[in-house]
Design a protein around this ligand. Structure first.
Ligand code: CTP
Ligand code: MG
Length: 269
């Protein structure tokens, strides 16, 4: 457990209110077991290990007792880890809020639950439960250097093409046709935690209130909202270990990382 003092005025929002449809366990994804413990507990331990925050604000599915209990277990674990260690900084405050129908709603709900005086915030997916501490620290480092928005990202390994449905007689050949190919060297796969100056993120979310349904549905991360404000979003190096556990295959990969040759704790930075 990291024992360095948390960065003053920094909070980490952990969004864990999704239903996990694609994982298909029939329970919220954050409660799904990963090597014997919930995805949420792994994610929270990862946040605490980074040692960057004075508050961890977790958005949970409204009324979910199991996930609330997991948060309570985590709080007890934190208390035990810092108890009796002379000179150890107080562990972060862990608070919970009810998430909403969309990820964006859950972030908004958590933003309203931040402690007074919070100036910087990281927004992190519980589903990226294996994110290394080094990624958190790189994001915080960029915020400290003056960035108002920071995302971790990794190069894309696949070639990415734009497609459209095939029309007319060509539809008998294949359902889609290529309309263009992106320049792979310029593409990045974006991860969390994404870091923000709080006032900027609040302003960015406030603009989203007026979006039409189509635009709202196209918003897949918080940084997009800051981009709409015309502000720069800076990019630091992410990690392949920050994979978002989305499908059953991702769960197998994540368990392989935890239990395989990398050992119980991952190492890639
Ligand atoms: N999330 C949330 N509130 C929502 C939807 C998503 O807090 N209403 C969180 C999820 O818990 C997850 C992160 O946002 O940690 C990324 O979402 P995703 O991977 O899509 O998770 P789910 O929405 O749970 O999965 P699915 O889309 O397959 O149902
Ligand atoms: Mg989802």
């Amino acid at each position: 457990m990291n024992t360095q003092p948390p960065t003053p005025s920094l909070a980490v929002i952990v969004v864990a209110a999704g239903s996990g449809q694609r994982l298909g366990f029939g329970i919220p994804k954050a409660a799904v077991p990963l090597s014997g413990e919930s995805i949420l507990l792994h994610a929270l331990r990862g946040v605490a290990a980074a040692g960057v925050a004075r508050q961890i604000c977790v958005a949970l599915p409204a009324g979910d007792r199991q996930l609330a209990d997991i948060c309570a277990t985590f709080v007890a674990e934190l208390a035990r880890s810092s108890a009796g260690v002379r000179g150890t900084a107080a562990h972060p405050a862990v608070t919970t809020v009810d998430g909403g129908a969309t990820r964006q709603d859950s972030v908004q709900s958590a933003l309203a639950g931040l402690l007074e005086g919070t100036e910087k915030v990281l927004v992190h997916d519980a589903a990226r439960a294996l994110t290394p501490a080094s990624v958190f620290r790189r994001v915080v480092g960029a915020l400290k250097a003056g960035a108002v928005a920071v995302i971790p990202a990794i190069p894309v390994v696949d070639t990415i093409k734009m497609v459209a449905p095939t029309e007319g007689s060509a539809a008998t050949m294949a359902p889609e046709v290529v309309t263009g190919t992106a320049v792979r060297g310029q593409l990045r796969a974006v991860q969390t935690p994404q870091g923000f100056d709080v006032d900027t993120l609040l302003r960015a979310h406030a603009t989203a209130v007026d979006f039409d349904v189509e635009t709202a549905a196209s918003i897949t991360d918080d940084a997009m909202l800051v981009e709409f404000l015309g502000l720069p979003v800076h990019v630091v190096v992410g990690s392949t270990q920050s994979l978002k556990i989305t499908t059953p295959l991702d769960l197998v990969i994540a368990e392989g990382l935890l239990e395989g040759p990398l050992g119980a704790r991952w190492s890639e930075g």
